[in-house]
Design a protein around this ligand. Structure first.
Ligand code: HQG
Length: 182
């Protein structure tokens, strides 16, 4: 598959495995998984013909490893980023002392006064490195970076999880744990 096609299919998967499974007539399990066969049949009915080998290629080739198969290889899900009601049942994890969040200046006042909220997604997404946070912010404009006192949050009882593709997730970040990175 050429790169353009790979990206097109991966956008389609993001949409259907995170936000709008109903668009292709599938239902996700409560923990986000769907049978590969069901997915491929549904995609085919909606104009995206894909072999299992091609699906493997999309999963392997995805820049952020957004999708994962289960241990049997028979089911697939998005590793994070959902807006539909799923519980990925990720175990609680101890975060590094500091995590990062990339955003843009127009959100800054709201974020510094009310903290980070999950907005359309299920959790606030935090990055382990400034490079990743910068790339996340840059999707919306000139990136502004915030540091998150993850250690302080953990000590205060906030829970963290890390997705299969290395994104740190937490329900919300109160403003006292945030600082703008100069
Ligand atoms: C902002 C992509 C106002 C927040 C990326 C962000 C990431 C607030 C936006 C992943 C706010 C939400 C997640 C508040 C947060 N007031 N604005 N209180 N709290 N915000 O896309 O973190 O390609 O839902 O700063 O690479 O940008 O989808 O979250 O700008 O990994 O795999 O509200 O999505 O990955 O935006 O990105 P998003 P995000 P994928």
């Amino acid at each position: 598959m050429d790169k353009k096609h790979l990206i097109r299919v991966s956008k389609r998967l993001s949409r259907n495995l995170r936000h709008a499974p109903g668009d292709i007539g599938i239902t996700l399990a409560s923990d986000g998984w769907v049978e590969v066969e069901t997915l491929l049949a549904a995609l085919a009915r909606h104009g995206t013909r894909l072999s299992r080998a091609q699906l493997d290629e999309v999963v392997e080739g995805n820049d952020k490893r957004r999708f994962a198969f289960d241990e049997s290889g028979l089911r697939i899900r998005a590793s994070q980023g959902h807006s539909v009601d799923v519980d990925l049942e990720l175990p609680a994890a101890t975060p590094p002392d500091v995590l990062y969040h990339g955003t843009v200046s127009r959100f800054l006042d709201a974020i510094l006064s009310e903290g980070l909220r999950p907005m359309q997604r299920h959790a606030v997404h935090l990055s382990a490195t400034t490079e990743t946070a910068r790339a996340v912010g840059a999707r919306r404009g000139v990136p502004v970076l915030l540091t998150v006192d993850a250690r302080g949050m953990a000590e205060a009882g906030h829970e963290f999880q890390v997705s299969a593709n290395g994104v740190w997730l937490t329900a919300a970040v109160p403003p006292e744990f945030l600082r703008r990175l100069p």
